[in-house]
Design a protein around this ligand. Sequence first.
Ligand SMILES: Cc1ncc(COP(=O)(O)O)c(C=O)c1O
Length: 308
Amino acid sequence: MWMAHEPMAFFDGRLMPLKDATINIATHAFNYGTGVFEGLRAYWNQAQQELFIVQPGPHYERLLRSSRVLHIEVPYRVDELVEWTIELLKANHFEEDVYIRPLAYKADPAVKVGLSGIQSAFAMYAIPMGDYVPTGGIRVQVSSWRRIADNMIPSRAKVTGAYVNAALSSEQAKMDGYDEAILLTDEGQVAEASSSNLFMVRRGVLVTPPVTDDILEGITRDLVITLARDHDIVVEERSIDRTELYSADELFLCGTGVQLAAVVEVDRRPVAMGEAGPITRRLQEAYMALVRGDAPRYRRYVVPVYHR
Ligand SMILES: Cc1ncc(COP(=O)(O)O)c(C=O)c1O
């Protein structure tokens, strides 16, 4: 792909060309999956000639919480991480929608299964990204892979190695002709999709699994709950049975990557009329206006990069 500027990364405490931001093959995180990461988006607003980072504060708070679980030391505060993100995006001269990937990881070249006495490192890069999955209507499969339970690999921490679970389930779904996988907990309740949270509408109530059902505590999930309540939609956090998915009036996935994606079919059964429902569409519209910096009421959820 032709790019006008050399892609830049943040590595070793400074900005440098992405091609030079490389690690040793003996790095602990590469060998054992002992890293934590985040996925943020920034949206380009053509009319305002501005790039807006969505909820950087909550993403970096979660990164620091994930780091604590794995005894990874991050030498920056949340506000410093936000500032470096702005510097990174500026250095890349982005004028398009982008995805930002910060990583904190066990960096020593150590053949040792453990967490203490191993140096940590922090790195970050960003790439242009449009829609990750189609948002108009996707077909999903309830996976035969189960969602990792909190006592196996902490599900509320975004651990690099844990994404083998996501990769296996989403690969199976694609090989079986679906767009995405829904994973159940080890007890058989609905947890979430391979890399997004799930919402269901039943009898006018918006329902999502609680944070104690082995989900990643999604930042988009919190935002959807806020937007729904602001639209006078009743929200309930409770466990969801598998077959409730077959009886749902509406279903959608949400996450930084997938944004808000309507689900129109589960295990070859149409969701209601087999198209995105009215509550889903209202929330999609509100979400996209918010993230692009077009909703004055929700301006505090986005941080501008170029004009501050
Ligand atoms: C497993 C998993 N669940 C849920 C989400 C959604 O989280 P967020 O809205 O914070 O991006 C993601 C994406 O980061 C994820 O990887």
